[in-house]
Write a protein that binds this ligand. Structure first.
Ligand code: E4P
Length: 220
């Protein structure tokens, strides 16, 4: 099981990487825009903080453009950067060309199982079904993860990992893991929520106040 952070904020990567459980980072053009910083600079800094796969997304829509951008990103950014391409016919062709050269590709914006199958067939390292955005349309994003995992079960030799994306709350991650998704990418807020329980906080307070009394009594 892998946990990726979905952000282009370097300080957030530093915070979660310090927990010791961060396996990778996903960025996208909207997250880069939100950061207000230079794309390559941000991705380079993130790749220094986390040695797992760091997704950098291309913005061309044609195969040649995606391949050109992907190769350029691979040449100029740290080696743990992988290339994110949209799930279109042109993106599939780019995935095939890049993955044939040993370049990791994350096929993004997947909204049905057939797209996931096609991306895997093209050699994607990751396929990214978007749970939250499907939920927003009234569909059931989790059901898509379940469907993809059922298909993957039929083909044990598939190496493509299923990366549950567009995660909006802790239950999305927990359910994706129950279904066997290999990876979940989550915003920082979700990482924090996953580690939060009021009984942990009150338990610590109780232990510390009791321990203070132990020390005051000279029994420490
Ligand atoms: C994944 O790679 C995407 O960047 C991300 O999960 C999109 O999430 P959103 O739907 O919350 O924007």
């Amino acid at each position: 099981m892998e946990f990726f952070l979905d952000t282009a904020e370097v300080e957030e990567v530093r915070e979660i990487a310090a927990w010791g459980i961060l396996d990778g980072v996903t960025t996208n053009p909207s997250l880069i825009k939100k950061s207000g910083r230079d794309f390559k600079q941000v991705v380079s800094e993130i790749a220094e903080l986390c040695d797992g796969p760091i997704s950098a997304e291309v913005t061309s829509l044609d195969t040649d453009g995606m391949v050109r951008e992907g190769l350029e990103l691979k040449e100029t950014l740290p080696p743990n950067v992988i290339i994110k391409v949209p799930c279109t016919p042109e993106g599939l062709a780019a995935t095939k060309i890049l993955s044939d050269q040993g370049i990791g590709v994350n096929v993004t914006l997947i909204f049905n199982a057939s797209q996931a199958i096609m991306a895997a067939k093209a050699g994607a390292m990751y396929v990214s079904p978007f749970i939250g955005r499907l939920d927003d349309t009234g569909a059931d994003g989790m059901e898509l993860i379940a469907e993809i995992m059922r298909i993957w079960d039929n083909y044990p030799t598939i190496e493509t990992k299923v990366l549950a994306a567009s995660i909006r709350h802790p239950m999305h991650m927990l359910q994706a893991m129950q279904m066997g998704a290999h990876t979940a990418t989550m915003p920082t807020k979700i990482f924090r929520q996953l580690m939060k329980h009021p009984l942990t906080d009150s338990g610590i307070s109780q232990f510390l106040s009791d321990w203070a009394e132990v020390e005051a009594a000279g029994n420490a």
